[in-house]
Ligand binder design. Sequence first.
Ligand SMILES: Cc1cc2nc3c(=O)[nH]c(=O)nc-3n(C[C@H](O)[C@H](O)[C@H](O)COP(=O)(O)OP(=O)(O)OC[C@H]3O[C@@H](n4cnc5c(N)ncnc54)[C@H](O)[C@@H]3O)c2cc1C
Length: 420
Amino acid sequence: MTEFKRRDFLKLAAAGATLSAAGCATMAPKGRVVVIGGGFGGATAAKYIRMWDPAIEVVLVERDGAFVSCPISNLVLAGYSTMQEITTGYDGLRRHGVQVVRDEATAIDAAKKTVKLARGGDLTYDRLVVSPGIDFTFAEVAGYEAAMGTGRVLHAWKAGPQTVDLRKQLEQMKDGGVYILSIPVAPYRCPPGPYERASMVAAYFKQAKPRSKVLVLDANPDVTSKPGLFKAAWKDLYGSTLEYRGNAKAVGIDAKTMTVKLEVEDVKGDVLNVVPPHAAGEIARKAGLITTNNRWCDVDWRTMESKVVKGVHVLGDATLSGPGMPKSGSMANNHAKIAAAAIVEMLNGRSPAPVKIINTCYSFVSQKEAIRVSSVHEWDATQGTLIAVKGSGGVSAARSEAEGTFAWHWAKTIWADSLA
Ligand SMILES: Cc1cc2nc3c(=O)[nH]c(=O)nc-3n(C[C@H](O)[C@H](O)[C@H](O)COP(=O)(O)OP(=O)(O)OC[C@H]3O[C@@H](n4cnc5c(N)ncnc54)[C@H](O)[C@@H]3O)c2cc1C
């Protein structure tokens, strides 16, 4: 049985029966782990728990039918990749014996150790993993909620239908038009992501609409990641096609007049790509996992267990990042391995050991050339957090096609590591 049916699952759960997963139907389970969210964090945790101890049942709750990768989605906007290329189904996880339930987790009862599902039924767990990614705080940009209904203002900061819509808007924009990309104050998902997006749209304009312009309105004072490398690429490759403005925070939008309102002026565009500020995904808020700035979830970095709700491990973008740690797929994949190792140890009556993790983020600056930033983080008992290892990591010496090749290999490898 490779495909677990939700109907069968509910029947079994209602009867209080033990779920049987492929490969361990007769083995007494050591415990059940429920994972909410099948993105970089949740998918990797589900897979690695099963790989490291097949006697543990793992149930993954994911609202979408397939994983769509944000990494490489900026290339889709430029026409250099496709939605098909960045989409992966969940059969790989099923082959590891993960029971994939397509549903929305609507509530967590940490005292009873249950997760409520939108379509009815509760799941019980011994340990819970929550990796819901981000949700947007639209209300912080006046007019955003009203504009959303018109479809004229997009964020495309969760890869999926908005990626397709933004690509269409760029294709339909007249030559000589202005594409505005508005970036929120850090921390946001993927520090270099907006600058890669600006580069990709500029590359597309240079080739298809040479009189058009990319205008980057950044709420931060300067480019927040790889600034020297991005700015050199923009100067060399795009000239006046790409204009960057720091300290340019969007405080409002008006879809009727296609205007972004900054603190001191209004700016008009033809395509408005406004990325609102974020917070941990809504389920984290509902479950009382948010600890900091009304946005992020603090965790014990040795286990990823929440500092406020016992038995619940939080991964990925939803966490309060440690010093120098970006919100990235690479990090979420590493968080997942910390959590998976800790959960396997705990359910086997052993103590988890702290580990070192790495981050690598590639960004394309043209169709073939990319730049990279990497870092290594280790547990520091004195500070009680993960800190960057001195002398580790760094950035590319210069943009190159070799880095572009590595970037594609990185993407294909992490998709397989998380989902295959
Ligand atoms: C344009 C762009 C480019 C990027 N490029 C890179 C890059 O090159 N390298 C890199 O490392 N990172 C990159 N990132 C960042 C990366 O995509 C995120 O950091 C990563 O996806 C975070 O993983 P996660 O598991 O926390 O969240 P996600 O991957 O977003 O997964 C969350 C999942 O949880 C599901 N979910 C949420 N709530 C519920 C619920 N209540 N019930 C059921 N399911 C739920 C969602 O449907 C989703 O599938 C990029 C991001 C963007 C926007």
